[in-house]
Design a protein around this ligand. Structure first.
Ligand SMILES: Cc1cc2nc3c(=O)[nH]c(=O)nc-3n(C[C@H](O)[C@H](O)[C@H](O)COP(=O)(O)OP(=O)(O)OC[C@H]3O[C@@H](n4cnc5c(N)ncnc54)[C@H](O)[C@@H]3O)c2cc1C
Length: 389
């Protein structure tokens, strides 16, 4: 059976040898080390923490940050191709890398002091220090400006009080990048270390999505945060939003990986599965489903390579990222649903990756700006009128 051409528009001709090699390396890692265990991890509700040293050795943590901080210093396209391959394995694994890289290492790199960068970034690139990013609260999701967590200036630093909800990596994190309002209502970022008195991070249980990922609540009760732990260049809501733009960029690519995994599984299955004396791939209705998936995947790939090149050229705006995140996660979710129908009853089992991707993509659709929020960002871009409130 011939393999499906997943490079229909010959985008590989536009990739450098380094970019192709990096993609192949991550693809091999996912096939050899992730795919054999991920269905079981998902069923057990367990993040495969044992893979962290290998992920670090491959240079996948904070990979766009310069080498002087112990990182790989690669371009944004390599980062995108990496998240694509990781999410072909599982969205939970990609979430781990996105959070560590874009939501924890990036803010330290962008808003941290030189001392903070030298202290944390090499350890984080090596996977020895794990981070989490605390912005969302129980009553403050799409509207993070309404957060209630407070950092009060005191003699020796800052007194942190409040809580965060839905925090990826929270329970396993050695440090949390926490966003809180200071006395003048400005939002600032703080590095909160595990073990700080008054800081707890219990895990959220009973999730039916992203089960191979740790999600937690964070609680801060009179936590004394030393002065040297505030991110000095973080100023206002714009700072966490800049982190989210970095992560959303990786998610736009990552969603293609999940979509490809669903599409490839369904296409192969359709060629093998015989009903009415024919492979189900021979029915026009099945072909229409395959064409829909294939077309959306090809379009998403074109979009991502373009935003990757724009990012490296310094031309990428948050609205571009909103369109890519909104579109690619939506089409990945649709591909999972279509692919599931092609597998019939087999589609609902853990023997195939489709149902797992489908459940995962429900979280991906909602986190890092819901589909609706990105729609409104683009609505504002087109009309100049803000329709959020
Ligand atoms: C598995 C998982 C992991 C996560 N990891 C992290 C993390 O690491 N760090 C972190 O800080 N957060 C994290 N989040 C939180 C995530 O970013 C929020 O769930 C998301 O921002 C949405 O917030 P909410 O759940 O409070 O929904 P709400 O904001 O209450 O939204 C509910 C619904 O209302 C819609 N809505 C809201 N406002 C508007 C509007 N103005 N116009 C139209 N529709 C609107 C939304 O689109 C959505 O459909 C995670 C979430 C999940 C599920």
């Amino acid at each position: 059976m011939s393999a499906i051409d997943l490079d229909f528009f010959r985008l590989d001709n536009q990739l450098s040898d380094e970019e192709k090699l990096s993609r192949q390396t991550v693809r091999d890692f996912v096939r050899e080390r992730v795919n054999p265990i991920i269905a079981e991890c998902y069923e057990q509700g367990r993040f495969p923490k044992e893979l962290i040293p290998e992920i670090a050795d491959l240079g996948l943590l904070g990979m766009t940050i310069p080498e002087e901080y112990g990182c790989a210093g690669v371009n944004s396209v390599v980062y995108g191709l990496t998240t694509q391959e990781l999410e072909a394995g599982d969205s939970g694994l990609r979430s781990f890398v996105s959070v560590q890289s874009s939501l924890c290492m990036y803010p330290i790199y962008a808003f941290g002091s030189e001392e903070q960068k030298r202290k944390w970034l090499p350890e984080m690139a090596a996977g020895k220090v794990i981070g989490c990013f605390g912005l969302t609260e129980a009553n403050s999701g799409s509207d993070p400006g309404s957060m209630r967590t407070r950092a009060k200036k005191v003699k020796d630093g800052w007194l942190l009080n409040g809580s965060k909800a839905w925090i990826t990596n929270g329970t396993i994190a050695d440090i949390a990048i926490v966003w809180a309002k200071t006395d003048d209502d400005t939002i600032r970022g703080f590095i909160v270390e595990k073990g700080t008195p008054g800081y707890t991070a219990p895990e959220v249980k009973h999730k039916l999505s992203l089960r191979a990922s740790v999600t937690s609540e964070l609680f801060f009760q009179d936590c004394l945060i030393p002065e040297e732990s505030i991110l000095p260049e973080s100023k206002g809501l714009k700072s966490p939003l800049m982190c989210l733009t970095q992560a959303r960029y990786g998610i736009a690519w990552g969603a293609i990986g999940a979509a490809i995994s669903c599409f490839e599984t369904a296409a192969e299955y359709a060629k093998q599965r015989v009903q009415f004396n024919k492979p189900i791939a021979a029915f026009q209705l099945t072909q229409e489903k395959l064409v829909r998936m294939y077309t959306e995947i090809c379009k998403a790939q074109l979009l991502c390579l373009q935003i990757g090149r724009m990012k490296d050229a310094g031309q990428l705006q948050p609205a571009h990222v909103s369109m890519a995140k909104m579109n690619n996660v939506a089409i990945a979710r649709e591909c999972a649903q279509i692919a599931r129908t092609i597998l019939g009853g087999n589609g609902i089992t853990g023997d195939y990756p489709i149902m797992r991707h489908m459940c995962n993509l429900e979280s991906v659709y909602t986190y890092e700006g819901t589909n609706e929020v990105h729609m409104l960002v683009l609505g504002k871009h087109i009309t100049g009128i803000e329709a959020f409130a």
